[in-house]
Design a binder for this molecule. Structure first.
Ligand SMILES: [Zn+2]
Length: 401
């Protein structure tokens, strides 16, 4: 089996520990097989010299939408594009994602089975892209947030059926829209939507099939219903409260805040072509969103990184803009790296495969120039990306391809 030795880099293993020097990572086939003292390996054509770089586990983005392209009004573009164009654009986004060092993503809802197809074709090695866990279509109430792309369902029985449909289509994770949101006209982020009974039905069906669940949940009552029913992650979590945060911490329910999504909408505004309703709602909730994020961090809620890539002016690719906002909100750079590696891997039930650097795990690795533990933006200077032991990006000299 082909053997590759990654030598000379400082190692950040994703668990939150400080970088370690003097270790080399040995890759065989698609696996990390050993972490050994640097310099003890025979020099040769299979050694990649990463001196001066930092080596990390491939990054994980827990919230993307491959169907959406991050234009000022992505829903409009999607509606106007013919189906074939939608697919080709999604394939391009998958490539941009992995080239930015993001080797695993969770796609939380789209149409036409596009994310499922991206998952299967990248897995088969036909197109470059990250590992994908796909939700197929998100489940919402009739006319509720997400209805343009979601599966509308009303009442626990219909929600059950909607979940079963996604499982039948091959969904890895079940996404529900528990409350209103920013990107659908006519609904408000502060309003609950799916009932507690509907939420319970969805989670129960997903569990029976061994799948994890994620809830778009912004309103307090909706978040509470999802947490009480045992959801695996709260997406956005705008109107979080102290008692709910405590419950989440105790139950190990993750928060995927997607701070960059409303940030981009507010910063660019209507003058950039973003729909007025989205700007108005984002401006209204932005302060409360940050407050909730602080609350969650203080309470010890597992924080997993996600960008909601595809929303207005929030393109696919790097996860660094989200991590930079998390640092601005008070987390250390190493904590944000853990949110995009070990914690994220646990959330998507791939902790045994990715998210850290250890023997036996898949060789999903990224090397960057500089010291991201001091300056998180250094993560954007990607020099090497491996997925399952295959080199996807190589911007280091004198190395095998
Ligand atoms: Zn989303």
């Amino acid at each position: 089996m082909e053997r590759l030795i990654l030598s000379g880099a400082a190692l950040i293993d994703g668990t939150g520990s400080a970088p370690v020097k003097g270790r080399a990572v040995v890759v065989e086939g698609d696996r990390i097989v050993a972490v050994i003292p640097d310099g003890r390996h025979p020099a040769g054509p299979t050694v990649l010299d990463l001196e001066g770089l930092t080596l990390l586990p491939g990054l994980i983005n827990c919230h993307v939408h491959f169907c959406l392209g991050g234009e000022p009004d992505p829903a409009k573009v999607l509606a106007e594009d013919p189906p074939a164009t939608r697919v080709l654009k999604a394939a391009l986004r998958a490539r941009q994602t992995v080239e930015a060092g993001v080797t695993t993503v969770r796609d939380l809802g789209g149409i036409d089975g596009i994310a499922l197809a991206i998952r299967d074709t990248t897995r088969a090695g036909l197109i470059p892209g990250p590992r994908v866990l796909a939700a197929a279509r998100g489940i919402c109430m009739t006319g509720g947030h997400g209805w343009q792309f979601g599966r509308e369902a009303d009442g626990p029985d219909e929600v059950r059926k909607a979940v079963r449909e996604q499982l039948k289509a091959g969904a890895d994770v079940i996404k529900i829209f528990a409350t209103g949101g920013v990107m659908t006209p006519g609904v408000e982020p502060g309003s609950p939507q799916l009932t507690p009974e509907e939420v319970r039905a969805a989670i129960e069906e997903a569990r029976k099939a061994g799948r994890r669940t994620a809830a778009h949940a912004q309103a307090e009552q909706g978040i509470a219903a999802c947490v009480d029913a045992g959801i695996d992650s709260i997406e956005h979590g705008i109107f979080l409260t102290e008692p709910i945060a405590q419950k989440m911490a105790k139950a190990g329910i993750a928060l995927v805040a997607t701070l960059i999504a409303p940030e981009q909408i507010v910063v660019h505004g209507v003058k950039a072509g973003i729909p007025e309703f989205a700007v108005r709602k984002s401006e209204a909730v932005r302060g409360r969103h940050l407050e909730s994020f602080h609350m969650a961090v203080r309470a010890g809620v597992p924080i997993a990184a996600g960008t909601d890539a595809g929303t207005p002016l929030n393109p696919h690719g790097s996860i660094v803009p989200e991590l930079a906002l998390m640092v601005k909100a008070g987390m250390t750079p190493l904590e944000t790296i853990r949110a995009a590696t070990a914690t994220a891997a646990r959330l998507v039930a791939l902790g045994h495969e990715v998210g850290t650097i250890a023997p036996g795990l898949a060789a999903d690795l990224v090397a960057v120039d500089g010291h991201p533990e001091e300056r998180i933006e250094a993560l954007a200077d990607v020099r090497l990306v491996l997925t399952s032991g295959r080199i996807v990006v190589q911007r280091v000299a004198g190395a095998p391809r």
